[in-house]
Design a protein around this ligand. Structure first.
Ligand code: NAI
Ligand code: MG
Length: 349
């Protein structure tokens, strides 16, 4: 029997409420398919920061390294600035483990009333560059506190970085609807975006099996709302991909259902899986968080671990739960608790 070693970082708020349901689902689907999980839990969080002055210990990255995967709930706690939680935990893990793909599938499930009149059947994946781009540490502030105060922040786009994310998106498109859309803004951002576009064109020319086009990010945002079904795989820079994926998750009905993988495709390092949503302090502690984002995230991890059939079983159970009018949490218009949704899903599995 294969045992996967998983590092669990529940984090703060509802992160701690959605990780146990995801583990229950992983254990159930593992038992049915002949593998299991050995979890190691880490209390790294904003609560730890408030107590000890750091999100994770100094050798945190080393502690994570031997695992087959990392599963994170969410971090964020009132009183701890958001850049502390991001740059003290998530970004170091993504960068040290070269998790350069941020994978965010979006679907409008039957039985979920999204905000759009006609979005049924929407099924797309946003492939966000996760290691460079607009989220760089290069820059600074000058003349702080004077009338001449200024701030500069540089974007970083490398040939290697753009090439590998576009290639990953093309590989993914080949396994899906064979259609790739690149998000650009080369009319306004005149150095990095034309560079991005030229590499997209180069890589796509080598992959005639995938149809592709390129759209300016502003127009693309409007089209995702007006006609989300037309998209299959969208490849985007770090910032554009971040914004588009929350937009698309909104289109799908609830951010509480959106999954995410931070992936090192070469498997030199563990990949990290986390629902898109944050720690939701407004509903934390009430037992009403939607566990489906974390559960779908667990399916992404199963896929990455080579158990794609088990991943399909989990997503099929979600489809069945939602389309049959099964219990759902308040964000989806229901009254069920986190536990009730989890139980119903495991029964279907
Ligand atoms: P959020 O995602 O925590 O909440 C936004 C809204 O969606 C809230 O009304 C919340 O109740 C609702 N919501 C989110 N997930 C839900 C779920 N599973 N079920 C039902 N409703 C859900 O985003 P917000 O409020 O902007 O951020 C709160 C904290 O989380 C901040 O400290 C922020 O920095 C952090 N955060 C952390 C992330 C991470 O760990 N990857 C990602 C996004 C935010
Ligand atoms: Mg985001």
């Amino acid at each position: 029997m294969t045992t996967f070693r998983i590092a669990l970082i529940p984090g703060d708020g509802i992160g701690k409420e959605v990780v146990p349901p995801a583990c229950e689902v992983l254990d159930a689907v593992g038992a049915a398919n002949g593998f299991d999980f050995d979890y190691t839990e880490f209390d790294w969080s904003c609560e730890r920061y408030a107590r000890e002055g750091a999100m994770m210990p100094e050798d945190g990255i080393e502690q994570l390294r031997p695992h087959d995967g990392i599963f994170l709930g969410a971090v964020g706690y009132p009183g701890v600035p958001d850049h502390v939680s991001l740059w003290g935990l998530l970004i170091p893990i993504r960068r040290q483990f070269d998790q350069y793909v941020n994978l965010r599938p979006i679907r409008v499930f039957d039985g979920v009333d999204g905000p759009l009149r006609d979005a049924a059947g929407t099924d797309l994946v946003i492939v966000r560059e996760n290691s460079e781009g607009e989220y760089s540490e290069i820059g600074g502030r000058m003349n702080v506190g004077t009338p001449y105060e200024m701030a500069v922040q540089e974007s970083v786009f490398s040939r290697r970085g753009v090439t590998r994310i576009v290639d990953y998106a093309l590989d993914l498109a080949e396994t899906r609807g064979r259609q790739l859309t690149s998000a650009t803004k080369s009319n306004g951002i005149v150095h990095t975006m034309p560079f991005w576009d030229s590499i997209v064109e180069e890589r796509c020319a080598e992959r005639p099996s995938v149809a592709w086009d390129s759209e300016h990010i502003d127009a693309l945002a409007a089209k995702i709302v007006l006609d989300p079904r037309r998209y299959d795989v969208i490849v985007a820079s770090n910032l554009f991909g971040d914004i588009l994926s929350d937009l698309a998750a909104g289109v799908a009905g609830s951010i509480g259902m959106a999954p995410c993988g931070n992936i090192n495709p070469e498997r030199e390092y563990p990949s990290m899986f986390e629902p898109v949503h944050g720690s939701a302090p407004d509903i934390a502690g009430q037992g009403v968080a939607n566990p489906l984002g974390a559960i779908w995230t667990a399916a992404l991890m199963l896929d990455h671990l080579g158990h794609d059939e088990a991943a399909v079983q989990v997503v099929s159970a979600m489809e069945e739960l939602l389309s049959s009018g099964g219990p759902r949490t308040a964000d989806l218009g229901g009254t069920a608790s986190t536990t009730e949704v989890t139980r119903a899903l495991i029964d279907l599995l």
